[in-house]
Ligand binder design. Structure first.
Ligand code: FE2
Length: 241
C-alpha cells in the first residue's frame, strides 16, 4: 500500500483498537467478513483522511473534503455512537453491525449510519492524489477480461454514477471471480449482496455540489481520470473472505 499522508483532521477516539482506525484497520475489517472478531466498546472513531484536505484539488476542493469528511462523515460516526451505545450492537465490528442490521426495519437507523461510516471509510481510500492513469498490470488484465478495456470499465462506472436516481453509490465489485459495476441507493452497499467492494464513488450531492453543482457525471469522470486509486482496488481484489 502506498504511504498515506496524515493531516490535522479529527482523530479516532482513543482506546478504539480496530476497525475504524484507517487503511490497515479497514483491510482487517474487509478480510474478516466471515470471521467476526469482537471489538472493544464504542465509541467508534472518525478515521483521519489518508491525505491532506487540499491534496485532491483541483478535482475535489479542500472545502468539499472539509465538509464531506468533517461534517457529513463525522455526523454518521456520531449518530452510530448515539444509536449503538448501550445496545447489543455496541462494540461490534463495523461490518458486523452493517450485516446484522441490514433488512431489519427496526434497525434502519443503525444500518444507515453504520453503512455510511463503512462507505465513507472505503471511499476516501478509493481516491488518492495523482490517481487515475493506468491500473496495475494484474488489475488491468482483470478489467479487460470483464469489460473489454479499462476505458469501458470507467465508462460503466461513470454511467452508474450519473444514472443512480437520488443519493447513493457506484461501485466496482468482485462477484466471485467476476468483476462488475453496481450501484446502490442511499446507504446501501455491496456487502449486503455478498459482493466484494473494490472501489466506491460517492454520488450523494454533498460529494460534489460545491465543486460541480449539478454536473454529477463530470465529477465522476474527473475522479476516474485523476483520482481513482487502482492500487486500492487491486489490494481489495487480493483479499479473500
Ligand atoms: Fe458522502
Amino acid at each position: 500500500m502506498h504511504a498515506f499522508k496524515q493531516d490535522d483532521t479529527p482523530q479516532p477516539a482513543p482506546g478504539r483498537r480496530n476497525f475504524l482506525l484507517g487503511a490497515p484497520a479497514l483491510v482487517l475489517a474487509l478480510g474478516s467478513l466471515s470471521t467476526s472478531t469482537r471489538a472493544t466498546a464504542a465509541p467508534y472513531g472518525l478515521p483521519p483522511l489518508p491525505y491532506a484536505l487540499d491534496a485532491l484539488a483541483p478535482v475535489l476542493s479542500a472545502d468539499t473534503l472539509a465538509y464531506h469528511h468533517g461534517k457529513h462523515h463525522k455526523a454518521y460516526v456520531d449518530n452510530l455512537n448515539r444509536l449503538t451505545t448501550g445496545t447489543d450492537f455496541a462494540g461490534l465490528p463495523l461490518d458486523e453491525i452493517v450485516l446484522r442490521s441490514a433488512r431489519h426495519a427496526t434497525h434502519a437507523a443503525v444500518f444507515n449510519n453504520a453503512a455510511q461510516v463503512w462507505n465513507h471509510n472505503f471511499y476516501w481510500q478509493s481516491l488518492r492524489p495523482q490517481g487515475g492513469g493506468e491500473p496495475p498490470a494484474e488489475l488491468k488484465r482483470r478489467l479487460e477480461e470483464a469489460f473489454g478495456s479499462v476505458a469501458a470499465c470507467k465508462k460503466e462506472l461513470a454511467t452508474a454514477s450519473a444514472s443512480q436516481f437520488g443519493s447513493g453509490w457506484a461501485w466496482l465489485v468482485a462477484d466471485g471471480e467476476r468483476l462488475r459495476v453496481v450501484k446502490t441507493s442511499n446507504a446501501d452497499l455491496p456487502l449486503t449482496q455478498g459482493l466484494r467492494p473494490l472501489l466506491a464513488i460517492d454520488v450523494w450531492e454533498h460529494a460534489y455540489y460545491i465543486d460541480y453543482q449539478n454536473r454529477r457525471v463530470d465529477y465522476a469522470n474527473a475522479l476516474l481520470d485523476r483520482l481513482i486509486n487502482w492500487e486500492f482496488a487491486l489490494e481489495n481484489l487480493h483479499r479473500r473472505a
